[in-house]
Design a protein around this ligand. Structure first.
Ligand code: C2E
Ligand code: MG
Ligand code: MG
Ligand code: MG
Length: 274
């Protein structure tokens, strides 16, 4: 009887695995289809000067319009990364964000910038620099595009990553270090960052008004960044109190639900360009 029970357990287990594998294959197939079907869309989250609250730019955030649902990146970016599909999708993002930025510059806001997120897989693709040169090249000089990379992506292979990001900066892009503080950057490495800007992770901003330790940490990050001529952006600002503290600390720019959630290009235009 014991053997029978065990066998039933094993069967239930393999059933569950098969279910998961099938769902995963379906997701992969749907994502492949999504590119050709034009189901990816970009939403834009505004970014403001902390002191004057002037609109500086936007971060492009990928969404998947799958039937009636707008799927958030946490549910499909990992699959795009594992399958390598992130490479063509990322290029679509860069191309589309550039078009939007140039249109907004021409029609509404001559200095607006749009930031795109870059994953490790894209940076490691063999023709990374060529591809970005092709996308941005015709506009070499002052690019309206910022590239966001995480610390962990840089730490993977600091020298090679630095070299690639410097190539992007030569093309005229700005580079921002996303989710700053969640990796394990040493101070001596901060001085060598191939970056123009750091974005303090939202987990620090969430604690800012309640934890003196976090307040001290953020104060030091901002001072150090400024001494290295890096701009500082705070991510995930949700409360007026946080915004007030960040202004006191001379943080350069702010982004967060307090100021605006990610929205379609149409909604962004309606809200900011009227
Ligand atoms: P991220 O680049 O750090 O983007 C910030 C995330 O925080 C966004 O989530 C945004 O909606 C959210 N957020 C902004 N302000 C607030 C706030 O005040 N409170 C809270 N709770 N959240 C806030 P989203 O759009 O779900 O994106 C998640 C992550 O997916 C991004 O993190 C980025 O790593 C990745 N991602 C998004 N689009 C792309 C893309 O085109 N390419 C790549 N490679 N990754 C992307
Ligand atoms: Mg980002
Ligand atoms: Mg972030
Ligand atoms: Mg993040």
């Amino acid at each position: 009887a014991d053997g029978k029970k065990r066998r039933q357990r094993v069967l239930a287990f393999t059933d569950a695995m098969r279910g998961r594998a099938t769902r995963r294959l379906t997701l992969e197939r749907d994502l492949r289809h999504a590119i050709e079907a034009g189901e990816f869309v970009l939403h834009y989250q505004p970014k403001f000067h902390a002191g004057t609250q002037r609109l500086l730019g936007a971060e492009a955030l990928l969404r998947w319009q799958h039937g009636d649902t707008l799927v958030p990146p946490s549910e499909f970016i990992p699959v795009l990364e594992e399958t390598g599909l992130i490479v063509p999708v990322g290029r679509w993002v860069a191309h589309h964000a550039l078009e939007t930025a140039l249109r907004w510059r021409a029609l509404h806001h001559p200095s607006i910038r749009i930031a795109v997120n870059l994953s490790a897989r894209e940076l490691r693709s063999a023709d990374f620099v060529e591809a970005y040169t092709a996308i941005l090249g015709p506009h070499a000089g002052d690019q309206p595009i910022d590239i966001e990379v995480t610390e962990s992506l840089l730490m993977d292979d600091v020298d090679h990553s630095t070299h690639l990001l410097d190539s992007l900066r030569e093309l005229g892009c700005r580079v921002a270090i996303d989710d700053f503080g969640t990796g394990y950057s040493s101070l001596n490495y901060l001085a060598r960052l191939p970056a123009d800007e750091i974005k303090i992770d939202q987990s620090f901003i969430a604690l800012l008004a309640h934890s003196p330790e976090t307040m001290g940490l953020v104060t030091n990050i901002i001072t150090l960044a400024h001494s290295l001529s890096l701009q500082v952006v705070a991510e995930g600002v949700e409360e007026e109190e946080q915004a007030k503290l960040l202004r006191l600390l001379r943080c350069d720019a702010v982004q967060g639900f307090l100021f605006g959630k990610p929205m379609s290009a149409k909604d962004f235009g309606a809200r900011f360009f009227n």
